[in-house]
Design a protein around this ligand. Structure first.
Ligand SMILES: Cc1cc2nc3c(=O)[nH]c(=O)nc-3n(C[C@H](O)[C@H](O)[C@H](O)COP(=O)(O)O)c2cc1C
Length: 253
């Protein structure tokens, strides 16, 4: 296998959830923004924005929604926003109607841009010996999230990202062996769960710093457990409605 600085940083990725009491300085911030800005963007439409939450009250509100104690604690907190508002404004101010802006297709392109931006930002941060964690938990209550951030229609907060100087050293979390996820030409339908036994064993050895009292469940146990079980309805089930309320994907019902 080839090794270089970029590859080694990627191979070394692990989420960091505890940070030193030290904010990013201006140079670090500018570097991260500029590295992210250059990320590939679908049809060159640049449909994402980044909100840097420095207001303690806002950070506290995001922590309450996420229900994860480290969210909005030490480290800089960013919210990555699916942003069709900017292009809607450009069209409207130049006398065009909204055209395809409310289609699922354009919404998906904006989601794609936003997700890529998050990973670019995190990769850049890790290359600077910072650490970070992506936060889907900000969408635990999507309507409240939009309201707390005072976001206009045609925007939707997609992911949080907390970045800072690591104050923990988590284990590397083992990923699926390549034979389960990288295929040539044809997608195989013959998955046999029993073949995952070795990987299950590896995952069960992983020590999750979020819950220091126990190791994590094996992979198949996680997939057959509460992550995907249908349980009580939650605010997360309201996501499609909130997306529609924000003006997105109106052709998808
Ligand atoms: C889209 C996305 C959302 C995530 N949301 C959260 C989150 O809300 N809280 C959290 O602690 N980690 C979150 N993570 C981090 C994952 O838990 C983590 O990447 C995964 O367990 C693998 O661990 P590693 O990143 O340390 O290798 C998220 C990751 C992704 C890609």
């Amino acid at each position: 296998m080839i090794h270089n600085q970029t590859i080694d940083h990627q191979l070394n990725h692990r989420s960091i959830r505890a940070f030193k009491d030290q904010s990013l300085n201006k140079e670090q911030l500018t570097t991260l923004y500029n590295a992210t800005r250059q990320t590939s963007t679908s049809m060159f439409m640049q449909q994402f924005s980044i909100l840097h939450l420095t207001d303690p009250q806002l950070r506290q509100q995001i922590r309450a929604i996420s229900n994860q104690p480290y969210v909005g604690d030490n480290g800089d907190l960013f919210i990555f926003v699916v942003d069709l508002y900017r292009n809607q404004q450009i069209r409207q101010q130049l006398g065009q109607d909204d055209g395809r802006l409310h289609t699922t297709d354009i919404f998906m392109q904006a989601v794609e841009d936003t997700v890529l931006a998050v990973q670019s930002f995190l990769t850049a941060a890790e290359s600077m010996d910072l650490g970070g964690v992506i936060l889907g938990s900000i969408k635990n209550d999507p309507a409240k999230l939009v309201q707390v951030l005072h976001l206009p229609k045609m925007t939707m907060p997609l992911l949080g990202l907390q970045v800072g100087v690591p104050d923990q050293q988590p284990q590397l979390k083992p990923r699926l062996p390549l034979k389960f996820l990288a295929f040539e030409n044809q997608y195989p339908r013959d998955l046999n769960v029993a073949d995952l036994a070795d990987y299950d064993h590896d995952v069960a050895q992983y020590y999750d710093l979020r819950d220091t009292s126990r190791r994590v469940d094996s992979f198949t146990k996680q997939i057959t457990g509460s992550k995907l079980n249908s349980g009580q309805p939650t605010k997360r089930d309201e996501l499609a409605q909130v997306l529609h309320d924000q003006g997105f994907a109106l052709d998808w019902n």
